[in-house]
Structure formats: C-alpha cells, structure tokens
Write a protein that binds this ligand. Sequence first.
Ligand code: C2E
Ligand code: MG
Ligand code: MG
Length: 395
Amino acid sequence: MSYTSDEIRAALENNELCVYYQPMYVTMTGMLKSAEALVRWIKPNGTLVPPNDFIPKAEETDLIIDIDWFVTETVCRTLEKQNFMPQFPISVNFSRQHIRENNFIEKLTAIVDKYELPHPLIEIEITESAMVGNEEQLYDWIVSIRNAGFTVAIDDFGSGLSSLQFVKDIPADVLKIDKSLLSHNCEDEKERIVLESIFTFAHRLKMKTVAEGVETKEQLAFLRSCDCYKIQGYLFARPMPEADYLRLCQSHFSTETIEDILQIQSQTSAVNLLLEAILYRYPLIIFTNLTRNTYYAMTYKNFTSTNCPSTGIFDELIDHGAASMHPDDSEIFAATFSRSNLLELHRKGERMIRLTTRQLGDDGIYRRVETVDCFVNSRYSNDVIAITLCENLPD
Ligand code: C2E
Ligand code: MG
Ligand code: MG
C-alpha cells in the first residue's frame, strides 16, 4: 500500500501518527537497556500502517523532517514520564534529509533541553544507506551531533553499500547490525564468518554493537559468543505502545541495575582485558613472521617511542629500531634481532632471546628498554613466528 505525501501530511496534522517502543537488551544478561522509537500510523478505523508503507514516500520530501521532529518530541515526553528511572535511553531514527536543515543541532538541543533531559538519553540512528554520497557533509553532521552530547548509531549496517573504509572514518558510537545478516539463523558457516568479522571490526574501533531482528535462540547463542553488546528482536520483545513500554521499564527498574562487566563478559572480552594488562606491562608487542619477513605491532601509549609503524617488512623494522638506539647499542641490537640470526637460533632450538638497549624516546631522551623475543608455533602454518615483548625499564 502506498500513500501520497498529502495523505501522510494530513495524518501527521490529525494526530494519527504515534510512537511505539521496541526494547533492547544486554545480550549476555537479558537486562533491559534501552529502546528504539518507531513511528506508526494508526488510522481512525484502527488500522495500523507500518512505517515502510509511508516513510519512503515521506523521505522524498521535507515531510520526513517534520515526522522525525514529531517523534523526537514524543520520545522526550516519554523520557520525562520515566524521569525516576533515568537509565533507559531511547534511540530515534533520523533521515539524512536533516543534514540540509539549518540549525539542526540548535533545534535538537532546544527540544531536549525543554524537557531538562541529559543528552546521552537520546541516541540518533542514521541508516547505513544514508551514508552513501556527500561523505564530508555527513561526517561534519555526525561530529556536531556527538559534540552536543548525543550518541550516534549507524543503523542497518550490512544492508547497503557503504564500505568498511567509510564506516571506519565515521565517528559513530554504535553499530547496529542489520537483520538480513542473521537470515540463515547463524547456522551457516559463511554467515558466521561475516558476522564474526563485523563484530571484531566494531570492537577494535571501540564501537558498541547491537544486533537487530533477533528471533531465535540459535541467533542469541551465536551473538553471545561474538560479544555483541545489545540485541533487539521479537525473541525478547516486539515494538509496543508507550504505556506497555513504561510498565516494562518499571518492572525492570526494581531489579538489579548495576552491570558487572565480569559477569557479562564472554571469553573474547576476557582476552581483551588480559591484553590490556599485558600491553601495559609490555607497551610494544610485535608479531613477526620470520619466514615471510613481515610483522604486525601493537603499541600502548606508554611506550618510550611511539613512531613504530604498525605493520610492514621486518628487516626494515630492525633498521628503524637500530637507528633509534643509542649509538653504542645499535650494532648489537641489529646483530641479535636480524632475521638470519633469529632463524639460526630457532633452528638450534632456542625458545627466547633477551637484550637490553637504550632507546630514544619521543622526548629525545634515551631510556632502557628490554626486548624479549619468544618463538611460538602457529596452528595454521610451519612458518617461523616470533613474538617480541618490549618493556620500559626504570631509569
Ligand atoms: P529500523 O530503524 O531498522 O527499525 C527496525 C525494524 O525492524 C522495525 O521495523 C522493527 O519493528 C523491525 N524488527 C525488530 N525486531 C524484529 C525481528 O525480530 N524480526 C523482524 N522481522 N523485524 C524486526 P518497523 O518499525 O517496521 O520500521 C521499519 C523502518 O522504518 C525502520 O527500520 C526505520 O528505518 C524506519 N522508521 C521507523 N520509524 C521512523 C522514524 O520515526 N523516522 C525515520 N526517519 N524512519 C523511521
Ligand atoms: Mg533504526
Ligand atoms: Mg535498523
């Protein structure tokens, strides 16, 4: 069923549009966390028109702008009603048409401030398809929303054409993964590989993740193993009228509200925490494939010198390292960690090589650094792999 923009405008003016709320839950615990506001058109005869039947038409004109502001205002009223339980933010969908709107941030801030609501209670969802074209304008728009204290989510990720390259540059807080990526119930090997890579990508960019359209226990189990932060879907709850949502919040409010990260973490996030501790102790860790002359480096902010490229050719890394050593140490450093020497030591059965040198810091001062190389076996190949742990020694 499709409607004309005049019919949709009349519906808005006659108060036939209303807002439903679909809850989102913490994947690991099933705790209620937030909700998404979804517009509905309820005709005087009681027929409910879903947004897909009128939003695309509204998006062809400025009508969508008025609808989104109507939803925002309604959400603020709902949040005001639940002021006594301020921990449940609400997401609002915004069309990219707003980029062209003058004073967008002033308008958003004015509405939210009128209800005296903290800005982080409102999350702005922008669909992935809105990301194509005019990327610079979009970037500036998102930065301005975040600078005003609101959270930004990329909606429907995986449904459109936006490149990973582009999403990596968009300063969004949340990545909402489209339901189409779960369409094989997370039981298909390729589907699982794609999802795992998206979650790894999002976590490494420090974005929170939400999976949309979760309908089955199988999907839930898989999403838990991927460390997905929140889920939204019929398995837990469908979009519901405001009164039902407020009742739900109230019933969840009386239960435990403090999240213990250790209670909800999966093995992946336990490993990430462990990595954080190891990186603090060894602020430069290098993974080297000695057979292929390649490396990958992880650095933590407290390492003496931060100008080590994060990946590249190992021989060049050693030249680079030797050049930033104290002149008295560079020869022994280059000889010890040359690829030929390391491969020879590995052949003789050594497991670990250790050397202390003086390394030039970012501040121009030499500091003592201990470098330890450990040979490790890869599960996937016979290449000779070494892990280098660099530690800042006390002055
Ligand atoms: P969306 O923002 O991706 O919203 C999620 C949609 O997935 C909602 O459809 C929701 O009801 C549906 N959904 C949630 N869980 C499940 C599930 O487990 N299975 C299935 N099959 N579907 C699920 P809805 O409410 O029909 O909204 C459709 C789209 O319309 C939204 O997609 C959003 O792009 C747009 N929309 C809705 N309200 C607004 C609005 O106020 N402003 C703008 N600009 N767009 C809106
Ligand atoms: Mg949405
Ligand atoms: Mg979506």
